[in-house]
Design a protein around this ligand. Structure first.
Ligand code: HPA
Length: 256
């Protein structure tokens, strides 16, 4: 993959991947050069409404930040290898630390929709891995950096905004889960459920990057509220919660 000089020379070592509805994040930072995924050979572009697909170079205070606005998913028909191409691109561009964000349903009665969850660990139920074919037997005992989790937890305490910590379960989609599947996930120890992130985290770690992950809890998971789930609800809730993550990043990134 050819890395444009604008990105290579920006000096950015930190990147953030924005999930559903979190696009407005880019409005709260000062943005410069941008590049559509479709303009980069080998990068797949999303087909889902509300999911952009572009890299944006931003400045957060003193710090250059590479934003990946949008991602592709297995449920669009892509393979686990395809959905991590932007991570490989970032690594080639000099990124050493990646913050993955997503929209997720909450299973934990104490984690209200509208709040954020710092991912402490994940359960990959997609049946896929971007590492199929190698490297084999990669250690996964600390995918989500303890150091970054601690920095964010302290920043959240200072800001007064709740930041939960818990386990993210990845399902393949494209449909939302059934109530029986949600009961199963609860028993397995999941606090949140979504359809992304885990493959990117696996790939980033395998490339030696430091990873943090945050779920914007947009809705009660299936069966936990009387109303049916909708993509619209997820996108609107994500948009409303984006500002709180911007605030956290402004507090944490200077210390990174
Ligand atoms: N399930 C799966 N993915 C999701 C959900 C959910 O409830 N909410 C947002 N993404």
């Amino acid at each position: 993959m050819t890395i444009p000089p604008e990105i290579k020379q920006s000096g950015a070592e930190t990147a953030i991947v924005l999930g559903s509805g979190l696009g407005p994040f880019t409005e709260s930072v000062s943005c410069g050069f941008s590049l559509e995924y479709s303009a980069i050979e080998g990068l797949p572009a999303s087909s889902v409404p509300g999911h952009a697909g572009r890299f944006v170079l931003a400045q957060l205070g003193e710090m250059p930040l590479l934003i990946a606005q949008g991602r592709v998913h297995l449920y669009e028909g892509w393979s686990a290898r395809d959905v991590v191409r932007h991570i490989q691109f970032m690594h080639g561009a000099g990124i050493r630390r990646v913050i993955l964000t997503n929209a997720a349903g909450t299973l934990n009665p104490a984690f209200e929709p509208g709040s954020w969850m710092s991912i402490s660990d994940h359960i990959n139920l997609t049946g896929e891995s971007p590492l199929r074919g190698g490297p084999h037997f990669f250690d996964m005992s600390e995918v989500y950096s303890k150091r970054l989790r601690t920095l964010f937890a302290h920043a959240a305490l200072e800001s007064g905004a709740p930041l939960h910590e818990g386990v993210y379960a990845a399902m393949p989609g494209p449909q939302f889960e059934t109530p029986a599947e949600i009961r199963m996930l609860s028993r397995l120890g999941a606090d949140a459920v979504g359809m992304s992130t885990v493959h990117e985290a696996i790939q980033a770690r395998a490339l030696g990057m430091e990873v943090a992950g945050f779920s914007c809890l947009t809705n009660w998971a299936a069966g936990l509220s009387p109303s049916p789930l909708s993509h619209e609800e997820v996108t609107v809730a994500g948009r409303q919660a984006a500002g709180r993550m911007v605030d956290l990043l402004h507090r944490v990134l200077p210390e990174i």
